[in-house]
Write a protein that binds this ligand. Structure first.
Ligand code: FAD
Length: 311
């Protein structure tokens, strides 16, 4: 059994494991895909002290850093079930998809999140080639250009406001007949001169020249007419889904959005179970934040282990 078992091998999980291994605790990492969202990311330009890197390269560096310590990495294994310890100080159990079960006195859950996809032709083909999901990450790549934001909820409207300050022009596309974002955000967006808002619009395709995106096609849900907008980029903002389906019946407190509820020390509602990164309620889903939260969770696990007698 482990003293610390980290579930998830993204930036949060790697940081947590490095911190607990450096405290001398027997640490394991079980991950479906070590590297997490980094494996799907091209350029990263907002990790302070690293001017430019690429997601897969950063993932390999994290893996090498974890490999410098005596950490058991169990890669390509999905956790399917959490059975919390019966008593404080006891062993929690994680059941993997292959049927194996891992036990640990403390757990750090860092299973991340995934962007909800629109599921239209061209979206996969042009991902990272004009189709983007993260305005904080990729907004500056479209400086002075024309982009669309799909989604009229808070995240879509926030993204459109953010991008309108950087890019040349923003078209906000919403399926519904009205925006769902807070009124104050809608008012701010409407006050910006380089923004068009299109509602009752069903996006049907991301078009491109074979290399990168050059526009999107939408259908007016009222008239049924098809329209095409010429663009250099499309930001899809229809939701970030935390990877917590497997935790639903575990007793771990999740919010109505499925995020793991944590306090400012990364502790969950169950003693000895901590969580970090995109899977949690922590605001702003970014690499530097996931790394910071992971190290925080590692230190909180350390605090727990030195104060709790094993049972
Ligand atoms: P993740 O990276 O999502 O890692 C989760 C880990 O958990 C993975 O190893 C996964 O395989 C594993 N896992 C999931 N479910 C299970 C399970 N049931 N059992 C076992 N393992 C499981 N952020 C930036 O700061 N800058 C950028 O430029 C940037 N660009 C991005 C571009 C794209 C295309 C995307 C998708 C994201 C980008 N982000 C960027 C966001 C950033 O990648 C995330 O905030 C960060 O990766 C979150 O780290 P994490 O460790 O919390 O989760």
């Amino acid at each position: 059994p482990f003293e610390v078992l980290v579930i998830g091998g993204g930036p949060a999980g790697a940081s947590a494991a490095i911190y607990t291994a450096r405290k001398g605790f027997r640490t394991g990492v079980a991950a479906e895909r070590f590297g997490g969202q980094l494996l799907d990311t091209m350029g990263v330009e907002n990790l302070p002290s690293v001017t430019y890197t690429e997601g897969p390269k950063l993932a390999a560096q994290l893996e090498a850093h974890v490999g410098d310590y005596d950490i058991d990495v169990i890669n390509l294994q999905r956790a399917e079930k959490l059975i919390p310890a019966a008593r404080e100080g006891g062993y929690h159990e994680i059941v993997l998809a292959n049927g194996a079960s891992l036990k640990a006195r403390s757990l750090i859950v860092t299973t991340g999140a995934r962007w909800r996809q629109l599921g239209v032709p061209g979206e996969d083909k042009y991902r990272n080639k004009g189709v983007a999901y993260c305005p904080h990450c990729d907004g500056p790549l479209f400086k002075g250009k024309r982009v669309a934001v799909i989604g009229g909820g808070n995240s879509g409207v926030e993204a459109a406001i953010d991008l309108a300050n950087i890019v040349g022009h923003v078209t906000l596309v919403e399926f519904d007949s009205k925006l769902r974002a807070d009124e104050v955000l809608q008012a701010k967006l409407r006050s910006m001169s380089n923004v068009d808002i299109i509602t009752s619009a069903k996006t049907t395709e991301m078009t491109g020249d074979g290399e990168k995106v050059n526009g999107l096609t939408y259908q007016d849900t009222g008239s049924g007419e098809e329209h095409h907008v010429e663009l250099d980029g499309v930001f899809i903002q229809i939701g970030l889904v935390p990877n917590t389906e497997w935790l639903r019946d575990s007793g771990l407190e999740l919010t109505k959005f499925g995020e793991i509820a944590i306090n400012d020390r990364a502790a969950t509602n169950i003693p000895g179970i901590f969580a970090a990164g995109d899977v949690t309620t922590v605001p702003y889903k970014q690499i530097v934040i996931a790394m910071g939260e992971g190290s925080k969770a590692g230190l909180t696990a350390f605090d727990y282990l030195i104060r709790t007698e094993p049972v």
